[in-house]
Design a protein around this ligand. Structure first.
Ligand code: CA
Ligand code: CA
Length: 199
């Protein structure tokens, strides 16, 4: 009798162990409030990161034309200096800053950051005879030039500095720095070249 009862108990306990209900109940208990809050937190951080990346990417895209303009205006200034040397428009003595390193270098290039102006009668930028602020034409929304939505922009937001310094008697460094505002940041593009007295 006692043995029979033991067997029955054992069988019932085996059945209980094999019963899948407790496991199923564990799986279906759902998310606790704490888990939900943590999951939302992780999701929020992820979204904020994605937004930050996206907006900085958009800033890059929107300032890309300015980057191009800065590069172009720096290159133009270097070409202007080199061309003045090649055509003998300026003497070697004139091919310096007005003040420069000594404070009285006696050249024609205005010291310090200047607004980007048209070259004027001498055809050389950043000299005393420069005229109006330069403008550039952008392609507008359709991204094609020569269509009705093209826009002309004055380069008011740009500054350019030409710094010419002696390296030796017949060699000078020409550093052109263009600065401009990109959103809240100020960006700088610098181009350095060397020019000799002999073309
Ligand atoms: Ca000029
Ligand atoms: Ca257009």
């Amino acid at each position: 009798m006692a043995t029979a009862l033991n067997v029955v108990t054992r069988v019932r306990s085996v059945r209980l162990q094999a019963d899948p209900i407790p496991i199923t109940m564990h799986n279906e208990r759902g998310f606790s409030l704490v888990e939900t809050v943590i999951a939302l937190g992780v999701l929020t951080v992820g979204l904020l990161t994605a937004t930050a990346v996206l907006s900085s990417g958009l800033l890059m895209v929107s300032t890309a034309p300015d980057d191009l303009t800065a590069t172009q205006k720096a290159v133009e200034a270097v070409e202007s200096v080199v061309s003045a040397r090649d055509t003998r428009t300026l003497t070697w003595a004139q091919m310096q800053n007005v003040a420069g390193a000594s404070g009285e270098d006696g050249g024609v290039f205005i010291d310090g950051p200047q607004q980007i102006r048209l070259a004027g009668p001498d055809g050389i930028v950043d000299t005393a005879d420069d005229t109006g602020i330069e403008t550039i034409t952008l392609p507008g929304r359709d991204e094609a030039m020569g269509t009705i939505d093209d826009e002309t922009v004055r380069l008011d937001a740009f500054r350019r500095e030409i710094a010419i310094r002696d390296v030796s008697a017949n060699l000078r460094s020409v550093t052109v720095t263009v600065t401009y505002r990109a959103g809240r940041a100020i960006r700088t593009y610098t181009l350095t070249t060397f020019i000799s007295n002999y073309s």
